[in-house]
Structure formats: structure tokens, C-alpha cells
Design a protein around this ligand. Structure first.
Ligand SMILES: Cc1ncc(COP(=O)(O)O)c(C=O)c1O
Length: 349
């Protein structure tokens, strides 16, 4: 009885089918180099695990602030950006006023809103998965107080029209620009806007650049907004190991991250070209570490790819995404395995 609400609840679905080549979760396929792991191991050994971590993550915040070119006062840290999304939905505006976001997008906006029973003003994207003013205006009529724009968007891969994001913010909506994939894009980010406006914030994550395992998300805002949001954060949400590992990697590992990101960007270009050459497949543009394809039979291609040992994400169940599969960029040899498997599968349709 007490949990009846959860019986029809749409929770976040993860893809865990075991497979030789995993291109389904938009992770960085590369491990950290051994020399950096040794440094981490040394620092982790010294952690007094009987003690609570620094609730303010002061040292880590200094490192992250330097990494993003902002000040520590501009930051709120989360146990992954998932936690920051939930925090925003919990505290921004009145809980009886909707959260607006386009569909398809990252499902956690819907999941978090539903957990709280907060109304949603979902609105569609156009046929190229781009924002459209007409649809935003219709969502604004529902008087939302919080908006999420994942740009580059997951699962479509494209970046959104900057002016329409700013237009939403100007309409008195607290606007979160989720830049989880910005490292793979050459578009201008919203950091300047977040630091200079009380109703615009940016979300970043370490998950896509090689640290999905430590769960570290970052919110960038003006100091007043950041300090208010920080009041609602669980006090010890950033674990001791996460603080230490974050510090080491974001100081000594910066070059390595940059190198890995560059390889992934060039691999994205290569794989997308090769998939276009197969024929019969629509390849959507991407600014992220994954890309979207439309095939003649999404369910079947997904299943046959698994039989070939390659796991991608089937998006066919989402509105407007019939027969669409999302493919994360892996290491060159994993990408080759995907291309070969896809050629074989397409030949069997
Ligand atoms: C757009 C977007 N935002 C946020 C996240 C969650 O990131 P984190 O691992 O930091 O919780 C993801 C993960 O896939 C994402 O695609």
C-alpha cells in the first residue's frame, strides 16, 4: 500500500547484457595508464577510511575549478550528475510547477520528476532532433520553473540551438544545461552564462572522460546560486576515495584525458564514415562520444549484433526513435569489430 506508486513507476533501465564488445553506455573505453593508477593507489592507501570525508570537498573543488576555469565558489559537487539532477528537481521552484525537457533525452529528468511526483512539461524535438521555438512556447504555457537541456543530447548526439536555450532562460525558467558530452564537441559551452546568471547552471560529469566508476558530477553556477543549492546536498555525498582520485586524475592526468578524448573524436569520424558506406543506414550527426543510427529493423539488428558479440543500445522503444540504435565509440579494435558485425548483420536482413 505505501509503495503502490512505485508499481507503475518507470525506472532507469541499464543495459547489462554480457558481450565481448560493449558499446552501450557511452563510457570512455580506455583505462587510466598504469603510472597514474600507481599514484592513485599510493594516495588511496593513505586514506583514513574510519573518518568521514571533507564535507566541502575543498581540495577537490580547487582542482575542478582550475580544470574548468571557474572559482571553487561556483561549484556544487554530486555523486554523479544524476544526484545533481535530482537535487535540482527537488529544490528549484515550486514542486507543483513542472519540469520541462525535450524528448527524447536523458531519462533521469523524467525518473527524478516521477520520484517526487513533480509535473513534467515534456516537449518534442523536430525531425532532426533539434529544438523548435513553437514546441518550447507550448511547454512554457504550462508555467514550468525548471528546464533541462542536454547539449550534446543523449541519445541523439546533436547539440541544441543555443539561442533557444537562452530564450527559455529569459522566460523566467531556471535552466540547467547538461554538458555531459561537451568534451567531445567544439561548440561553445554555457559556463560563462552559468557563472553570470542566477537562473542558468551547467552540469558536467567525469563519467564520460574516464571516471564513471568514481561517480563525480559537477554543477557550475553563480556563487549565490551554488551556495544555496549546496545547502540541500547530502553532507558526505563525495566519498573520500572519490575526492582523492578526482584530485590526482584532474591534476596529473589531464594530458592523458585530452589524448584519450582526441582519439575518441577521430574514431567517431572514422566509424561514422564507415557506417555511412555500408548503405541502407541513416547516420545522425554527433558531437558526443556516441552516435545514433537508423536501421531497417532496430530490434533485429540489435539482437543479431549481440549474437556477433557487440552490444549497442536499442532506442527503438522511445518516441520518434523507431529502429534507432545508439553506438558508443570504443577503442579502434572494438569499433572495427562493430563495423564488421554491422556489415554482416545488414547483409542478413
Ligand atoms: C546527458 C547526461 N547527463 C547526465 C548523465 C549522468 O552522468 P553521471 O554518470 O555523472 O551521473 C548522463 C549519463 O549517461 C547523460 O547522458
Amino acid at each position: 500500500m505505501f509503495l503502490d506508486r512505485l508499481k507503475t513507476f518507470k525506472s532507469y533501465k541499464t543495459e547489462t547484457t554480457p558481450c565481448r564488445v560493449k558499446l552501450s553506455s557511452n563510457e570512455n573505453p580506455y583505462q587510466l595508464p598504469q603510472w597514474l593508477k600507481e599514484k592513485i593507489a599510493q594516495r588511496v592507501k593513505e586514506i583514513p577510511l574510519n573518518r568521514y570525508p571533507d564535507p566541502t570537498s575543498a581540495r577537490l573543488k580547487e582542482v575542478i575549478a582550475d580544470f574548468y576555469g571557474v572559482k571553487p565558489e561556483n561549484l556544487v559537487l554530486g555523486n554523479g550528475s544524476d544526484e545533481l539532477i535530482h537535487l535540482l528537481i527537488t529544490v528549484v521552484g515550486n514542486l507543483d510547477k513542472p519540469v520541462m525537457y525535450p524528448v527524447p533525452t536523458f531519462p533521469m529528468y523524467q525518473v527524478s520528476a516521477d520520484i517526487l511526483g513533480r509535473p513534467k512539461a515534456e516537449f518534442p524535438l523536430d525531425e532532426n532532433f533539434q529544438l523548435k521555438k513553437e514546441f518550447i512556447d507550448r511547454a512554457l504555457e504550462k508555467e514550468p520553473q525548471l528546464a533541462f537541456f542536454a547539449s550534446p543530447n543523449n541519445p541523439t548526439g546533436n547539440s541544441f540551438d543555443r539561442q533557444l536555450i537562452l530564450y527559455t532562460a529569459r522566460n523566467n525558467v531556471f535552466t540547467a544545461v547538461d554538458e555531459a558530452y561537451i568534451d567531445f564537441s567544439d561548440r561553445e559551452d554555457f559556463v560563462k552564462e552559468a557563472v553570470g546568471n542566477e537562473n542558468i547552471v551547467v552540469l558536467r560529469t567525469m563519467s564520460k572522460i574516464g571516471l564513471a566508476g568514481i561517480r563525480l558530477g559537477v554543477l557550475i553556477a553563480d556563487p549565490e546560486t551554488a551556495s544555496l543549492l549546496d545547502r540541500a546536498r547530502p553532507p558526505f555525498n563525495i566519498t573520500y576515495p572519490t575526492q582523492v582520485i578526482g584530485e590526482v586524475v584532474l591534476t596529473e592526468g589531464r594530458e592523458e584525458i585530452k589524448k584519450q578524448v582526441n582519439v575518441l573524436i577521430s574514431e567517431r569520424k572514422r566509424v561514422m564514415e564507415e557506417v555511412k558506406n555500408i548503405g541502407g543506414i541513416r547516420v545522425y550527426p554527433s558531437d558526443a562520444n556516441f552516435f545514433l543510427i537508423k536501421v531497417p529493423d532496430g530490434e533485429k539488428v540489435h539482437r543479431l549484433l549481440i549474437e556477433e558479440g557487440v552490444l549497442v543500445r536499442n532506442m527503438s522503444h522511445l518516441p520518434g526513435m523507431e529502429n534507432c540504435l545508439r553506438v558508443s565509440i570504443g577503442k579502434p579494435e572494438e569499433n572495427d569489430a562493430f563495423i564488421e558485425a554491422l556489415k554482416k548483420v545488414m547483409g542478413r536482413l
